[in-house]
Ligand binder design. Sequence first.
Ligand SMILES: NC(=O)c1ccc[n+]([C@@H]2O[C@H](COP(=O)([O-])OP(=O)(O)OC[C@H]3O[C@@H](n4cnc5c(N)ncnc54)[C@H](O)[C@@H]3O)[C@@H](O)[C@H]2O)c1
Length: 460
Amino acid sequence: MNKNICCIGAGYIGGPTMAVIAKYCPDRTIMVVDINQKRIDAWNSDHLPIYEPGLDELVKKYRGKNLFFSTNSVEAIKACDIIFVGVNTPTKTFGRGAGYASDLQYWEATARNIAAAANGDKIVVEKCTLPVRTATAMERILSEHKEYHFDVISNPEFLAEGSAIRDLEQPDRVLIGGHQTPEGLKAVERIADIYAAWVPREKILTTNVWSSELTKLAANAMLAQRISSINAFSALCEETGADIDEVAMAMGLDKRIGPAFLKSGPGFGGSCFKKDILNLVYMCESYGLQKVADYWRQVVLINDYQQERLLSNILKTMFNTVANKKIAIFGFAFKANTGDTRESPAIAICHMLLEEHAQLAITDPKALTHAQEDLKGYPGNIVFTADPYEAAKDADAIVVLTEWDLFKTLDYERIFKVMRKPAFCFDARNCLDAVKLKQIGFQFRGIGKPSSDSTETAGH
Ligand SMILES: NC(=O)c1ccc[n+]([C@@H]2O[C@H](COP(=O)([O-])OP(=O)(O)OC[C@H]3O[C@@H](n4cnc5c(N)ncnc54)[C@H](O)[C@@H]3O)[C@@H](O)[C@H]2O)c1
């Protein structure tokens, strides 16, 4: 067996993960392949297809040395005995399980490609997030190939977009699941060896393959649940006069709870949380665990509710109408430091505002191209600009949807002057200086913040 590594799928996971492996494993050749020619061309150009802090430098340093991007998956599968699979596994939009189950067509096509091109024994590593027991299906497809032996390993990725390179270089843990057979354990060890080039051995956990597959879904469900929990409390804060940031801070000091992921906002986005929870719900239902399915479904429902609540607050504050009013949307990415807009709360919120006949001026430092695609064909008056001052010109309101540092450092006196009055600011990330903006003259509303009609004595 050789030490070369192939990764099928050059997306948000495949690209950054392989760039970091290339850095720490100079003795290995890394080949990243994709069916999307445009994406591969971008990986080979000066304008990478995704934005991640630190990614540009890394790719430019190792590309052409031990890191290669191409569309030739057959050549890569033949050249490499270790094959990571990082293709997309979106929510199914058709047939049985539509809206919940994972669409495994890309993943299955990949398994068939591996079987067709294999020229020797291979270790196939599931990097994508998959329903539990998917490894069995992959093994069945691969086992059609009688000549060679395939080990299927689960190695879910826990990186967060926006801090992908840091998370890959200093992971909390690396999880590798394999069959508890002599061959399975050997394959797990070979994958562990890759990470051991930079990750301390005690942080490399090995488990059985099903535990590893389920851990990824469970981790995302728990993280999303924390966001929905804090957002549910934000609704109660607005009614009672409590302040969500104070509640979160005081609650997070309890070591059993901890401070991470207690920031209220417009709801979670990104390609993973919603799809993974819905997949979990579908799996629970298929095992007859209806109560468990209902429990996790509620996490997604609260997320939708948070976005509807934001719209209701905007309408209520702006005299129950935004028709023909210009609203400046500050931020379209699903969080700061990424250009990714998949499942961004901004999409739903902009749709709702357009349905109310608002005119939108959208600004974002990295996500404008995706924003244009996401809102393409949607009827309404929308302009896109990289300049936040231009977006705010003649606007009735600003709605902050992404917590970019850039938005925290703008000259809000200048912005206030060019806006229509009263000038509203809805900070759905609680990232601006509320006191200062109120002093400037803004009608300011945060999420989970006491409004003027809630008092310290409200409540029961
Ligand atoms: N994005 C994240 O933060 C994140 C984090 C952890 C896990 N994951 C999981 O990783 C997987 C990939 O996510 P992503 O965000 O990188 O997706 P992505 O859509 O950015 O990338 C997937 C790539 O796979 C390619 N592809 C599809 N079928 C192919 C085939 N047969 N051969 C070659 N290439 C093919 C697509 O063209 C695409 O470029 C998903 O299962 C996701 O749940 C993502």
